[in-house]
Write a protein of this length. Structure first.
Length: 397
């Protein structure tokens, strides 16, 4: 009876909801819960640029030794070019320490462990609300987690003044976790002007930003969605950024991600990289070869890079089209209500404004699955189900 005292695991609520969807026998059911991009036929796309990269990798297949702890050099360099631009001063001066990680989740947790070890008095502040796993990762590393104001339920927008007021009161060396674009779960982002106002506040208070960039390209574009990363790097602040290729390259199970830390100078970056490697060694030792090959080939081969950028643009435009169609049907069915937040929110997710009880009705009565917070994955909508979904939402409002 060595383990009888263990508490049962309640399961992840989103993955549990997805399991319930799979078991639902209704032919017209709609899955708007899990954060995966589906095409208009309801399929996870396999990007041609990824297939071509994999074909080249297979043709050159050789021994599969361990990668270095920090990952493949080509992939790490390609990530820096994507996030900062290859000619950015932070990159050319060598003051960015980058790891290839097991998805951005792996990067977030490695960073959390690093913060606990080397900034032991620092707590982390996350947006209210944020992705549920943010809290779990940092608390699991032993870091105290707090929240700052973010989402305005009244307007479906951002409580920017309240956010800045809360951040201005934080102790020095506090960690502030920020979504670089396409906020999960709300879809509400800071504008470039708001980033420009926030960054001096972060610097003045001696705070440590930690950016999560899981949806680059799904907001305004691949370059545009790196605005916060590049603005922070130009400001001279030190900060973390964890990024993922799961959505943008549709390679979820490959766990292709990275963690970058922007430092004051190259000497400090060497120290940080060394301790990040020590953190990884104590955990999973080294990342995967296949993910590294996909990332480096797609980002550095001009033909593959161009094809990938076109694919990301097409995915972004399809999501925007679904937002517009949902907004149009809901506005027609409930003309006295403002649904403009579906158009101003960006990326895969939106906060619908539905209560938990209304979400339960959607599932039970209409077979439309949302997270009980009211978060909707817009990428689960299609030309075949968007009108029915909008009608169901109007029925429970």
């Amino acid at each position: 009876m060595m383990f009888k005292h263990l508490e049962p695991y309640a399961g992840d609520p989103i993955l549990g909801l997805n399991d319930a969807f799979q078991k639902d026998p209704r032919a017209d059911k709609v899955n708007l819960s899990i954060g995966i991009y589906f095409d208009d036929e309801g399929r996870i796309p396999v990007l041609d640029c990824v297939k071509r990269a994999e074909a080249a990798m297979l043709a050159e297949s050789g021994p599969k030794s361990y990668l270095p702890i920090e990952g493949a050099a080509a992939a790490r360099q390609a990530v820096q070019g994507l996030l900062f631009g290859a000619s950015h001063e932070a990159v050319t001066s060598g003051r960015v320490a980058t790891l290839q990680t097991i998805g951005s989740s792996g990067g977030l947790r490695v960073g959390a462990d690093f913060i606990k070890r080397w900034l032991p008095g620092s707590g982390v502040w996350v947006s209210d609300p944020t992705w549920d796993n943010h809290r779990a990762m940092f608390e699991g590393a032993g870091v105290a987690v707090h929240t700052y104001p973010y989402y305005d339920a009244r307007t479906g927008g951002l409580r920017f003044a309240a956010m800045c007021e809360a951040i201005a009161a934080l102790p020095p060396r506090s960690v502030v976790l920020l979504h670089a674009c396409c906020h999960n779960p709300t879809g509400v982002d800071l504008s470039p002007a708001q980033w420009d106002a926030l960054i001096p506040l972060l610097r003045e208070r001696e705070l440590l930003p930690y950016l999560d960039l899981a949806y680059q390209g799904y907001g305004d574009g691949i370059e545009e969605d790196a605005f916060a990363v590049r603005a922070l790097a130009a400001s001279g602040l030190s900060f973390f950024v964890a990024n993922s290729f799961s959505k943008s390259m549709s390679v979820y199970g490959e766990r292709a991600g990275a963690l970058s830390v922007v430092c004051a100078d190259a000497g400090e970056a060497d120290l940080v990289l060394g301790q990040l490697k020590a953190t990884v060694r104590r955990n999973y030792s080294s990342p995967g070869i296949h993910a590294a090959g996909i990332i480096s080939r797609v980002l550095t081969d001009p033909a593959l890079r161009g094809a990938w950028q076109a694919d990301v643009a097409a995915m972004r435009e399809r999501i925007l089209s679904m937002r517009r169609q949902l907004h149009a049907v809901l506005s027609a069915k409930q003309p006295g209500r403002d649904f403009g937040y579906f158009l101003s929110q960006r990326g895969m997710f939106s906060y619908t404004g539905l209560s938990a009880a209304q979400v339960d009705r959607l599932k039970d009565e209409f077979g439309v699955y949302l997270v009980r917070s009211g978060r909707m994955c817009v990428a689960g909508l299609s030309t075949r189900n968007v009108e029915r979904t909008a009608a169901a939402m109007a029925a429970v409002l």
